[in-house]
Design a protein around this ligand. Structure first.
Ligand code: NDP
Length: 405
């Protein structure tokens, strides 16, 4: 940017002092961009290198000699101009084209403190440039069709929270993939188990409510591990960076807050009869059936739309070449998997009775999370699929709960 600005300044200065002819018809500047010189004295136009080097076009490459002299002149002219501008700016008359008011001695041009300050400034910028929490943008396509990647620093707090690196890795160790399922989810089951054993120690045997909570949540975690590969197509993987949100969520929030029902039961034993336990098991089974059915249907369809299990389903084509399911589970509501997950959340809390709100924290939190997540996904899908997504919304008007939401 500084070079660009300097070039613009020299451009107008050169135009004023009729240096145009000396430097015309072209001179290099600013990386891969070469500039053609407008003889009217207007600012140079940016011209891609390929165009610039083609003869016979609107812009012709100068012969090597003027180019060399032009470049040599600029290397002297640019620093001299910068120096001149700074000197005249602090003089009384501040005349652009007049001689500089004075020339400082060499000792005034050397200061170890200034050098240190400049190196510190550069070091700080280099540290920010190398910061791992950042967005990465792709440059323009190069001749070999590859694209270079450039780090872009955003808001440090937001970036730290959301994570800028989509898939941080050291060799083949993928931090997000590792944290998403293994330590946190298995840790949740272990904490539940420890609480059940503690209850057995305290009261002689685990209560029926504790068995249900442990059994339901074990099924959920086992299912996630069994379908481990499906995690790769979730929003966490395809869209969210690995920052505080996912790291804390996976390693601390999930194991410690998702085991809240078991913790509650240890300190607040709840009587639970067999009929009520059967009803709760039925609710969990319905939730699991919808959750698993919807997720498997979509995963199977995304892997192979001609798979006999999904080949008969009705679809909407999109401009991206992908299709949207509009019958089966995905024709019932736009997020049937969230519906199943929420029904299971209720079943996990019911064994704790209805005397306290605390065990229902998960239901409340999870409802908010999924409503928010659903809205984010809608935005993403609208951007991805445009009109096709609008058509899908028209055909399947409810988001999560049929006829309610
Ligand atoms: P989904 O698995 O629902 O994925 C959403 C994506 O599915 C969309 O972006 C789109 O992507 C595709 N899609 C949407 N509609 C259709 C359609 N009609 N036909 C075909 N594809 C469609 O989202 P999540 O990643 O949020 O959830 C995954 C699972 O994880 C859910 O079961 C959820 O309940 C659960 N979950 C659990 C949490 C917990 O803490 N217990 C937290 C978060 C989620 P594309 O078209 O690109 O394929």
């Amino acid at each position: 940017m500084a070079t660009e600005a300097a070039l613009e300044a020299v451009c107008s200065l050169a135009a004023e002092s009729r240096l145009v002819d000396l430097l015309a018809p072209g001179w290099a500047g600013g990386g891969s961009i070469l500039r053609s010189w407008d003889k009217s004295g207007h600012c140079p136009r940016a011209v891609p290198r390929q165009v610039w080097t083609q003869r016979g076009g609107s812009c012709v490459s100068p012969s090597p000699s003027p180019r060399r002299w032009g470049a040599a002149a600029l290397m002297l002219l640019l620093p001299a101009t910068t120096f001149h501008l700074l000197l005249v700016a602090r003089s009384g008359p501040a005349r652009l084209l007049g001689p500089p008011p004075y020339l400082p001695g060499l000792e005034a041009l050397w200061s170890p403190r200034a050098l240190l300050l400049w190196l510190t400034w550069l070091g700080l910028q280099a540290a920010l440039y190398l910061l791992p929490a950042r967005k990465v943008a792709e440059g323009q396509e190069l001749k070999d069709r590859s694209r270079l990647r450039y780090p872009i620093n955003g808001n440090p707090i937001y970036d730290f929270f959301l994570g800028r690196e989509l898939n941080p890795r050291v060799c083949s160790f993928d931090f997000k993939y590792f944290c998403e399922l293994r330590p946190g989810l298995i840790g949740w089951v272990l904490i539940n188990l420890a609480l059940m054993m503690q209850e057995a120690e305290l009261r002689g045997s685990p209560s029926l409510a504790m068995w249900l909570v442990n059994g339901f949540q074990l099924l959920y975690v086992a299912d996630a591990l069994w379908h481990e590969e499906a995690v790769l197509t979730t929003m966490d993987f395809t869209h969210d960076g690995f920052g505080f949100m996912l790291a804390f969520g996976d390693l601390a929030w999930v194991p410690f807050t998702y085991s809240l029902q078991a913790q509650f039961l240890l300190y607040h034993p709840q009587p639970l009869g067999l009929p009520m336990a059967s009803v709760i098991c039925l609710i969990n089974a319905v939730g699991y059936y919808i959750f698993r059915g919807a997720n498997s249907q979509k995963n199977t369809f995304r892997k192979n739309p001609f798979d006999p299990r999904v080949a008969d389903l009705e679809t909407i084509p999109t401009a991206t070449g992908r299709q949207l399911l509009v019958s089966g589970w995905w024709g019932m509501v736009r997020h049937p998997n969230y519906l199943g997950d929420l029904i299971m959340a209720v079943a996990w809390s019911l064994p704790c009775g209805v005397s306290h709100l605390l065990p229902y924290f998960y239901v409340l939190y999870f409802t908010l999370l999924l409503v928010h997540r659903e809205a984010r996904d809608e935005q993403l899908c609208l951007r991805k699929y445009g009109l096709a997504w609008r058509e899908y919304c028209r055909r399947v008007p409810y988001r999560i709960v049929p006829y309610v939401y």
